[in-house]
Design a protein around this ligand. Structure first.
Ligand SMILES: *Cc1c(COP(=O)(O)O)cnc(C)c1O
Length: 480
């Protein structure tokens, strides 16, 4: 299978090519040239399989004819072997016909482990096969970075640089990243917001000289491989509740639109999805767009669900490509407008097509707290604030008939202990593996919100440039 850019001006790549490139050279995002289909019998056949086996069946059509295909099974087994629940992504009922899909049983207690553990291993194997080396860069509003560092630490063929907005992620999130001691791990605290960090990442990718010299690649959900590794749990959860004979709905706590886009992809592959509900916190640019057709990201508001404190949802470009009938010229023109004027407007056909499958609700801080409280009182389930936003959005959604609603639970409550205790009066129990980790020494560089400073730091410390061997490496160290 080939992968094409949403902006139509970069060469089509193999899966391995798209895996290693992340962002396309024209600034677009890679998409499969067509959606492979799983027939109803194949979907039904996922019932009762181990998670890794089911994941392999869902993912392999995208890797057809690719050298990565031979790695897939072993990678999935290793990746999900590090999870702390034998089902990997178990379902739990919270109300009649309403369920929570627990995606937080991985090593960093957030759903991003499900994809990152797979993508890191696929990348490392592809690089070793090619005899090359790469530099992974990423911006994180919290969980992505922790999951990425946990997945990439110690890999032979990869250096990883993760930027986070200084002081804007939780203590637990920061310590999960900065306590990794491996030589190939570099944390950067940027004096700015998550969107600032993300803009620096985009600018680094836009600097084609630097990009080629360091072999830059990304782990943010702009990498299609991450989306792909998030597809299987939509299938396993739906099959557990009666698919393909019964349609199901999903509510997804949404930031960068990667996770919910995987739900869209699952529906394009043939999973019967009755509705996809976008749940946001006060950063509601997607919710406003569903109402009016106008996409107009504003400045970011800090909330108790920091991994969703995002206004510019990078992966929405993928859906835009689909809504526009895969017209890359239309995507270029809308993205150009967004860059120039700070907004774009969907036409009537695009908006109608969006509303066919998607709904959206924004949830305020008070309602998030009340939801954490009522959920634990009614069911004993202690939800983190991201999950609570989605539970509240699912409650607001109606008219689904008999379709079960599956709410994606994206973080363990122990990752956000203060917010959870404030809302519920209960302190979530901290898993032993987290407690041991958080007590360790932190290592992190502090840099201004300037492209040049970050680019210089990366160029100096990355091994892939060939300029500085392991001995000549300089490292700016700041105690966090
Ligand atoms: C990343 C993240 C999200 C948002 O997922 P996107 O794919 O960026 O939409 C939601 N909740 C948690 C806990 C996350 O870490």
């Amino acid at each position: 299978m080939k992968f094409v850019s949403t902006r139509g001006e970069a060469p089509a790549l193999s899966f391995e090519g798209a895996l290693l490139a992340a962002l396309a050279r024209d600034g677009g995002l890679y998409m499969p040239e067509a959606w492979p289909k799983l027939e109803p019998e194949a979907i039904a056949g996922l019932a009762g399989l181990d998670y890794a086996d089911a994941a392999s069946r869902v993912m392999r059509p995208f890797l057809a004819g690719d050298p990565c295909l031979a790695d897939l099974e072993i990678v999935l087994e290793e990746a999900y072997g590090s999870f702390h629940h034998p089902a990997v992504a178990p379902l739990r009922q919270i109300a009649p016909n309403r369920f929570i899909l627990e995606l937080f049983h991985g090593p960093t207690l957030a759903f991003k482990d499900l994809a990152m553990q797979v993508v890191a291993r696929l990348m490392n194997r592809a690089l070793l096969r090619r005899g090359s080396h790469t530099t992974v860069i990423g911006a994180t509003s919290g969980d992505t970075g922790a999951a990425a560092i946990e997945a990439f630490r110690g890999l032979e063929a990869i250096d990883i640089f993760i930027m986070h907005p200084k002081g804007r992620i939780s203590d637990v999130q920061r310590r999960q990243m900065t306590t990794a001691t491996e030589e190939n791990v570099h944390n950067i605290a940027v004096e700015g917001t998550f969107d600032d960090c993300q803009n620096i990442v985009k600018a680094l990718f836009g600097d084609l000289t630097l990009r080629d010299r360091l072999g830059l690649t990304g782990i943010n959900s702009i990498n299609f491989a991450r989306i792909l590794a998030q597809l299987p749990y939509y299938f396993t959860a739906a099959v557990g509740l009666g698919a393909p004979h019964r349609a199901v709905a999903f509510t997804v706590p949404t930031g960068n639109f990667g996770d919910i886009f995987a739900g869209y992809a699952a529906s394009r592959m043939g999973l019967p999805v009755a509705r996809l509900v976008i749940a946001t916190n006060l950063n509601d640019s997607l919710v406003r767009m569903l109402g009016s057709g106008l996409y107009e990201p504003t400045s970011v508001v800090a909330t108790s669900s920091p991994s969703m404190d995002i206004q510019l949802a990078s992966n929405f470009e993928r859906l835009l490509f689909e809504l526009a009938g895969r017209d890359a010229g239309r995507v270029r023109s809308l993205m150009g407008e967004l860059r120039k004027t700070g907004a774009f407007r969907l036409n009537d056909a695009e908006l109608a097509s969006l509303r066919e499958l998607f709904a959206a609700h924004a949830i305020g801080e008070h309602e998030t707290e009340m939801t954490i409280r009522s959920l634990v009182e009614e069911t004993g389930v202690l939800a983190d604030p991201h999950t609570a936003v989605a539970v509240a959005a699912a409650r607001a959604e109606s008219g689904l008939g008999s379709s079960p609603m599956i709410v994606l639970s994206t973080a363990h409550p122990a990752k956000f202990p203060e917010a959870v205790e404030r809302a519920s009066g209960r302190m979530p129990e901290q898993p032993e593996r987290l407690r041991l980790r958080l007590g360790q020494h932190e290592r992190c560089a502090l840099l201004p919100n300037e492209y040049g400073a970050v680019a210089g730091f990366i160029a100096t410390n990355a091994r892939a440039g060939g300029k500085s061997g392991a001995h000549g490496r300089r490292r700016t160290e700041v105690r966090a």
